[in-house]
Design a protein around this ligand. Structure first.
Ligand code: ADP
Ligand code: MG
Length: 663
């Protein structure tokens, strides 16, 4: 039920807009009264050709277009010679007016029954607007009796309706304007969600902190030995971050800290030195990576230094992934392993440590704050310190929302000697030239990434899949090309990654599995195919795969023309700057923060209602509101507190509710 209530309309049909065909404007949602002239059925077996129905009124002709349509069905709802009322978005295609998949095509009697304005929902596969509307009516009834949880003064000041009327207003809009994010009902619901989110963050943060940490002090001998073994000296930014982290480790309060730094800013070594402080004080550390490739990379990257200073690393892999798993688990339990490296997923299973002092979560930008804290909670043992490393620079205004209560250290400065990455946008029409360039670079001993947005061909998308590009490049470069994608077997992935790292393969075709943190300093060129389909932050992450070594690096944004306005703007920004903070701000401006943080792709949107473009100003208000609520009524026991429990429940913040009473 909750899911349905917050499944908000993506638009509305305004049936009061009733032009004639000649006067109907492309781009507008219109309702036309038209006569059906002719059905044009696509030839059998040609699925990509749409089914077309030609209709007219006295002013002109219009075509209704259906993909994968059933002839019998369309003949039934659109009989030749009859008058039908048809609603949908009017398009112009090769000079012809058309409506693709009309929202409705009904006769006069049925049309008279329809409301003049109706919400349109982003459809989930197999569920129709009508089914949603029906189920929703039920859900709305059950929402009617909930007591108000918002402050009456705030409601009055903002002129917001109560909860149920607000839902009613967006689901059954009187005008299309009622469902824009700026409308009072929409704002109220967005505020509800923001408040639930802030309350949950505060509750979880309070819970995590309440479990006191251990004060661990180390003289710093181990850290000194590590620093001496490094082939470089730490940057000032790394030093400052470290001293903040060490102070937290030494204090009995539990650490909950975010280490934020752009790709390539050198977070890993900071994590290592932080863990070293814990180990020197007798504890253990854990380093959790988002993928197994990265876990291995951390392990292999840290091993040489670890060996030199006598730190015992353990790489924990999944069941059936290489022998010795049980021995590794034993070593962790009896303290023979100082640092355990594995994937987030593994730590979620719960590992027995002898004395875990610090859990480092190398998350890149894949998590929402709830999952992040839940993860830390799973891996933590009694009160281990938590350090989250994030590669997505978050604009200050949003830090609270995404990282809640965490303290923040930022690596604003990159290690010296980094050469700028030459970034170019190249049209797919110039693929031949590009291939020639690639051939020369391979001959010169360079290594190249070639990233594609998809693995295999898909009906929904006409981007070039990695498999297709791989086959093409292989036909030209033979076995100097390898393929890497997320659906390969883990050992195959390992093999390919290792060969690329060792320099045995010059050209690696990959999906975005390489986005997160893969480090091959010798690879100096990256081609990002269908660059127009990637978000700005993701392009920045991908580009960060190069520019890590001695060589001058380049990034080629290969796009399929024509380039839309937003895509052109994204590629332009990327060519202009390598500053992650600037890019994050621009990204937010171009498309809102949920996507910026990559959470939409990973299927866990932070917000269902809040649109950061429109509602950012509400977050700060919600934050203050939440703080005041919990100061006045820490366990939500007052009358309003009880109502707020409903709010938490409605927005699926149940885990926060449990923490009200736990611990
Ligand atoms: P990220 O912050 O993206 O995780 P890494 O920790 O992978 O960055 O570091 C990127 C590269 O920079 C690595 O090859 C690492 O060895 C190197 N590096 C880290 N710190 C320094 C430094 N102070 N001076 C020079 N190189 C450094
Ligand atoms: Mg990293």
């Amino acid at each position: 039920m909750r899911d349905l209530l917050f499944h908000l309309p993506s638009g509305a049909v305004d049936r009061r807009n009733r032009p004639q065909v000649a006067g109907a404007l492309p781009g507008a949602v219109v309702t036309l009264e038209i006569r059906v002239l002719q059905h044009l059925v696509p030839p059998r077996g040609r699925d990509r050709i749409p089914y077309r129905v030609i209709c007219e009124d006295e002013t002109g002709e219009i075509t209704l277009v259906y993909f994968n349509a059933r002839q019998t069905y369309l003949e039934q709802i659109l009989p030749v010679g009859e008058i039908r009322f048809v609603s949908g978005r009017l398009d112009e295609f090769r000079g012809e007016k058309q409506i693709v998949h009309p929202d409705y095509a009904v006769d006069a009697a049925a049309f008279a029954e329809l409301p003049p304005v109706e919400a349109i929902y982003p459809l989930t596969k197999g569920v129709s607007n009508r089914q949603i509307a029906k189920a929703l009516a039920e859900a709305l009834k059950s929402a009617a009796d909930l007591p108000e949880w918002l402050d009456p003064a705030l409601l009055a000041q903002r002129n917001w309706p109560s909860f149920e009327p607000a839902l009613e207003a967006v689901h059954h809009p009187e005008t299309p304007a009622a469902i824009t994010p700026e409308s009072a009902p929409f704002e109220r619901l967005a505020y509800d969600e923001a408040l639930a989110n802030q309350l949950a963050i505060l509750l979880i943060g309070r819970y995590v902190r309440r479990r006191r940490g251990k004060a661990r002090t180390a003289a710093g001998r181990l850290s000194e030995a590590i620093e001496a073994a490094l082939p470089y000296t730490l940057t000032k930014a790394q030093r400052e971050a470290l001293s903040e982290i060490r102070a937290d480790i030494a204090s009995p309060e539990r650490m909950l800290r975010l280490l934020q730094g752009d790709v390539g800013s050198g977070k890993t070594v900071v994590a290592l030195l932080a863990i070293a402080a814990v180990v020197e004080a007798g504890g253990q550390g854990a380093l959790m990576a988002p993928t197994e490739i990265l876990a291995r990379q951390h392990y292999e990257g840290l091993q040489p230094v670890a060996k030199r200073v006598g730190l015992r690393l353990a790489l924990l892999l999944g069941r059936g992934r290489g022998g010795g798993r049980q021995e590794t688990l034993n070593a962790i339990e009896n303290g023979e392993a100082d640092i355990v490296i594995g994937t987030h997923a593994l730590f979620q299973e719960g590992i027995q440590f002898k004395d875990l002092g610090l859990a480092v979560v190398d998350e890149q930008h894949r998590f929402g704050v709830h999952q992040r804290l839940a993860l830390a909670g799973k891996a933590d043992g009694p009160g281990a310190d938590v350090l989250v490393m994030s590669a997505t620079p978050i604009p200050r205004t949003l830090q609270l929302t995404f990282f809640g209560d965490m303290d923040v250290s930022s690596l604003k400065e990159k290690p010296p000697g980094r050469k700028p990455i030459e970034t170019r946008a190249v049209s797919l029409e110039r693929l031949d030239e590009l291939m020639e360039g690639i051939r020369r670079r391979i001959a010169a001993g360079d290594q190249i990434y070639w990233v594609c947005p998809l693995i295999e061909e898909s009906e929904l998308s006409d981007g070039t899949p990695a498999e297709v590009r791989f086959a093409h490049l292989k036909s030209v470069f033979g076995d100097r090309v390898a393929l890497l994608h997320g659906r390969m077997r883990a050992d195959e992935k390992d093999g390919v990654t290792a060969a690329f790292k060792a320099g045995e393969i010059p050209l690696l075709v990959a999906t975005t599995v390489i986005e997160v943190g893969v480090d091959v300093p010798n690879a100096a060129i990256i081609v990002i195919e269908n660059a127009e389909r990637f978000g700005l932050a993701q392009l920045h992450q991908l580009r960060g795969r190069v520019g890590r070594g001695e060589k001058a690096s380049s990034c080629i944004l290969l796009y399929k023309p024509p380039l839309g306005e937003t895509a052109a703007a994204r590629l332009g920004i990327l060519r202009e700057t390598e500053d992650g903070f600037r890019i994050a701000e621009e990204d937010l401006r171009l498309r809102g923060a949920g996507e910026m943080l990559g959470t939409r792709q990973s299927g866990t949107p932070l917000f269902r209602i809040v649109r950061l473009e429109a509602h950012q100003h509400l977050l700060e208000v919600a934050r203050k509101d939440a703080e005041k609520i919990l100061t006045d009524d820490p366990f939500l026991e007052s009358e309003r507190g009880q109502a707020l429990r409903n709010l938490l429940y409605l927005f699926s913040r149940d885990e926060a509710m449990q923490l009200l009473t736990a611990g």
